[in-house]
Design a binder for this molecule. Sequence first.
Ligand SMILES: Cc1cc2nc3c(=O)[nH]c(=O)nc-3n(C[C@H](O)[C@H](O)[C@H](O)COP(=O)(O)OP(=O)(O)OC[C@H]3O[C@@H](n4cnc5c(N)ncnc54)[C@H](O)[C@@H]3O)c2cc1C
Length: 382
Amino acid sequence: MRELDELDGALAGLDGRSSGRDLWAALGAAGLIEAVYVDGDPRRGVIAERLGAVLAAADARCSIPATLVASVQLATGVPVLAAGDGPAAKALDRVVSGDESVALAATDGQGGSDLAGMATELTIGTSEVELRGSKRWIAGATSADHLLVLGRHSRQRHFTSFTWVLVPARAAGVHVRPAGSSLFAASDVGHVDLDGAVVPRDHVVGPVGRGLPMFVRHINTERLAGALWGTALCARSLDATRRRLAERPYGDGTLWDLDSVRQRFATSYVRARQLAALTDALAGAVVHDHDSAAAATLKAAAGETVNEVLATCAQLHGADGFAADGLQELRAQGALFAIGGGAAEVVLSIVADAAERLVGDLRRRPLAATGPAREGSRRDGS
Ligand SMILES: Cc1cc2nc3c(=O)[nH]c(=O)nc-3n(C[C@H](O)[C@H](O)[C@H](O)COP(=O)(O)OP(=O)(O)OC[C@H]3O[C@@H](n4cnc5c(N)ncnc54)[C@H](O)[C@@H]3O)c2cc1C
């Protein structure tokens, strides 16, 4: 994988005003979408280090709304698309090259966090599928070529009642409108109404009834992506804040000379470092074992850490934090880390459900290899 400055070069034409669609096209043109997957094959899963490097490079240049579009497609949209044949397989090539984009429409007009309560209905016939319902707050929806819609083909509230369908965004009966969010305008975020839209039967993606297990598997990767990206976001915000504090005059020195400011900054650094360490520790369990509790732990930690670190950075920017594209706007956008892809409370419930195993693992965890002590340093830190 190319180094971060080389990755940055691939995104050289982008800046904070670029849209998620612009970012996706640049990533595809540079071969960075394919590069995220094992052997370039989205069906084989992501390489966590590469996913983290691409998201960090995107975060360094682009806004949170733009990077969100790339994160959702890399972690979830492309892998779900790759589970299909026929039209999905054809669309996959164009999406991976960055020429086209896919929006992942799971969150329902009815149901929200309660996915199994969704009302979007699929009538699956022998030659066609009809879709009725609505999807809300879908990243990339207003500029996407394809929508991956999760709907219910059975009224039963059961794990096997849901199926993915690939829907051309401009098909008859599909109405996409902007969600009207100024904070997330660069995400092209929109609401989708499906008013009797009809697609050929071969647009079903993956086996009928496997929609929810497929979603769970890939949302785990999206939660890992959130932790990888959240770490990069905290690091760049802390860097900008430290530089500002060191330059901002106060008394005979600068704000950085105030011990209470330094301690507050250091507390945020420790929180970000904890997120980084947790991500390093659990990435393998998410990628290789598809461990939902590990993914939920990362998601809960990322939401809390991003909220806390960005709030401190914004506060320490004073009035400048309210400038256009300032830290206060970043902080407001960063609140998404505790909502998008599963609200903080929902992922904490997943952690609690696995409490016995997780606490047992915590008690038995081996000490990670520490490597040789550096010359001149002593184990007691003196
Ligand atoms: C900018 C943006 C982009 C998005 N992109 C996508 C996308 O591309 N695809 C997609 O499918 N969705 C997308 N979403 C939707 C997102 O995934 C949902 O907003 C999220 O899952 C929460 O669902 P909800 O908004 O319906 O919250 P609600 O279900 O209305 O819940 C509201 C609040 O209630 C609380 N709550 C909910 N459930 C529980 C619980 N079980 N226990 C305790 N408290 C609870 C939480 O505080 C939660 O935030 C996006 C959202 C935003 C804002």
